[in-house]
Design a protein around this ligand. Structure first.
Ligand code: F6R
Length: 611
């Protein structure tokens, strides 16, 4: 969270920075600011979005070939003009933008105050900036060393960029725990929290590692490791294009990303699920496959939507590969002294690859000797680099803050893994294995057919746009889908929603049922179909409103429910992928009708890089 951009070269920096901040706004949008360096450093910042910053700066020319910009997700200090980044040191020597949290900021602040340093904001970032300024002023060191010495006193996480008024030919960037990417141009460099602001200028990028400090001049980049050794930067090529991070004619990124799912699911299994040979290959797991086949237990960790995908994974691994699975919130995992054995396999799931809680859980699992695998979307992000092996989802950039296509691609990977392990273990017969592969191939086309129901779903949405509560029910494989449907509704429309296993309803939530609260039931035909039909009857018997996601041609539920959304027939393994799509659309349309900003819901950020 928080978006960072930087530029050094011959271009005017401001358009590069503003453009980049707009691309990064999904990471946080409480306030925005830029700093431009030409003889002096000028800082412009205000509460609000990047568009507010543009209005604030007006049309007057703002010149400079070196600069940095920031879009904030507040941690320390409310979102206001003063707390917005960039921050300037008390002596005017340094300007900084920062993503992360300085955990010992209160103590550092007190010490600096005792030495007469004044503070303007409530932020931990200003503490770091003043510490750098203080060290610079009181020791015989250059800007780089002042930054290094200050960072050595800091506990916490940071991705940061610093400019020093006395050394106006450079940007200094450092990373520990919060991502930073450097784009390499021709006598110019671009900096950002992720590659989306960079890809339109260059595809050559360097991902900083934890502890790295980069000293960036127009004509030269020097990369130093935490041991202060000069390192040869590893230049990698981006694999996506600028077109993939535009709205492509859709009103919102979220809608575009929902509609991309047939393609993104196919991209995720392309070359892995092979229809011609009826085989499944996962190159990223090749070396660890024997351990997976022998695994006594799998522990899946993730947060939010990725945790929901992990719950689907639990059903998949237990059903298809007969391996016991536990699914843990990454944020809870490391605070409860978890029991992890050396022969456990830990699977971390994350769209961004930067979620701080998930990264911390990975580190703990590794310390305990487990093999840790990653399922991740952002290539080159921290989680794939921290894990022993893994599989990328090929969802493409997900910009809408509410996760949609990442979820279906994560489930796609989990299904591939479970099927592959099940076959290698001998749990799945060859016939069943081949049937599963044949059905896999049909998922994109089936998803496309669900998207054609958008207008029908929009009509249902219009009837329930003003409700204050909603209940989502599902059983077995479809219970995590109910959880995910409820999360989508609450995060983008601010309607309170709960997901429950349908049979649990009678143990409490049934008391909520009335003629105002919609109950969304995921009730496709599977082994527990008869049971969920009974659950629907229980809701109807109490004058409840039922919106049911059912298998095409289901007349039984059609006669009982207030509304049905019919999706193509699919067995459990794939019904999870299909049944979540109408729930995404329902939430989307309700949120739009309520006037909510679906791509940037309040208080949220796409990539949660603080614990
Ligand atoms: C919900 C959502 C969040 C993320 C969660 C984990 O729509 O987007 O709940 O799923 O913050 O993020 P990643 O997957 O990037 O680790």
């Amino acid at each position: 969270m928080c978006g960072i951009v930087g530029y050094i070269g011959d271009r005017e920096a401001l358009p590069v920075l503003i453009n980049g901040l707009k691309r990064l706004e999904y990471r946080g949008y409480d306030s925005a600011g830029v700093a431009l360096l030409r003889n002096q450093i000028d800082v412009y910042k205000c509460k609000g979005k990047v568009s507010d910053l543009e209005r604030f700066m007006g049309d007057a020319p703002h010149s400079g070939n070196i600069g940095m910009g920031h879009t904030r997700w507040a941690t320390h200090g409310e979102p206001n003009d003063v707390n917005a980044h960039p921050h300037t040191s008390y002596n005017g020597k340094f300007v900084i933008i920062h993503n992360g949290i300085i955990e010992n900021y209160a103590r550092l602040r007190e010490r600096l105050k005792e030495r007469g340093v004044h503070f303007k904001s409530e932020t931990d970032t200003e503490v770091l900036c003043n510490l750098i300024g203080y060290i610079y002023e009181n020791s015989e060191v250059d800007a780089e060393m002042a930054v290094r010495l200050a960072l050595s006193k800091v506990v916490g996480a940071y991705g940061l960029v610093v400019m020093c008024v006395d050394e106006p030919d450079k940007l200094i960037a450092a990373r520990k725990g919060s991502p930073l990417v450097i784009g390499v141009g021709n006598e110019e460099y671009f900096l950002a929290s992720d590659a989306t602001p960079i890809v339109e200028y260059t595809k050559s990028v360097i991902y900083l590692n934890d502890g790295d400090v980069a000293i960036i001049r127009k004509e030269q980049l020097i990369l130093k490791t935490s041991a202060q050794d000069v390192a040869v930067p590893k230049v990698q090529q981006l694999t996506f294009d600028i077109g993939e991070i535009d709205k492509g004619g859709y009103e919102h990124f979220m809608l575009k990303e929902i509609f991309e799912q047939p393609q993104s699911i196919e991209d995720t299994f392309r070359g892995r699920v092979r229809a011609d040979e009826l085989e499944l290959h996962l190159g990223g797991l090749y070396e660890v496959l024997p351990q997976l086949v022998e695994a006594k237990r799998i522990v899946i960790i993730g947060c939010g939507t990725s945790w929901h995908a992990g719950l689907v994974g639990e059903y998949l691994f237990e059903d298809l590969a007969r391996i016991p699975v536990e699914v843990e919130y990454a944020s809870e995992f490391r605070y409860r002294n978890p029991i992890i054995h050396k022969d456990d396999i830990v699977i971390a799931i994350s769209q961004s690859g930067e979620t701080a809680d998930t990264l911390a859980a990975i580190k703990l699992a590794k310390e305990k000797g487990a093999l840790v695998l990653g399922i991740c979307n952002v290539v080159g992000s921290s989680i794939p680099r921290e894990t022993d092996a893994g599989v990328y989802t090929h969802a493409g950039p997900e910009i809408g803050v509410a996760s949609t296509k990442a979820f279906t691609c994560q489930v796609t990977v989990l299904a591939m893994m479970a099927i592959l392990i099940g076959k290698k273990k001998g749990v799945l017969s060859t016939e069943r294995y081949h049937d599963l592969i044949k059905e896999f191939i049909k998922v994109p086309a089936k998803t496309q057919r669900i998207l054609a129901l958008a207008d029908h779903i929009k009509k249902i949405a219009s009837l329930y746009q003003n409700v204050t509560n909603a209940l989502y029910l599902g059983r077995g494989y479809l219970f995590p889908v109910a959880l995910e449907g409820a999360l989508k509704l609450k995060e983008i429309s601010y309607i309170h929603a709960e997901g429950y296993p349908a049979a649990e309803m009678k143990h409490g939530p049934i008391a909520l049922i009335d003629d105002k609260m919609p109950v969304v039931v995921v009730a496709t035909k599977d082994s527990s179909y008869e049971k969920i039909v009974s659950n629907i009857q229980e809701v109807k018997a109490r004058s409840g409103i039922v919106i049911a996601v059912v298998t095409e041609g289901d007349t039984v539920i059609r006669d009982m429910a207030d509304h049905v959304i019919e999706i193509p027939e699919a067995e459990n393994v794939y019904a999870t992928l299909l049944s979540v799509v109408p729930l995404q659309l329902l939430s989307y349309y309700i949120a739009v009708m309520r006037g909510c900003n679906v791509d940037q819901p309040r208080n949220l950020a796409k990539s949660v890089t603080v614990e």
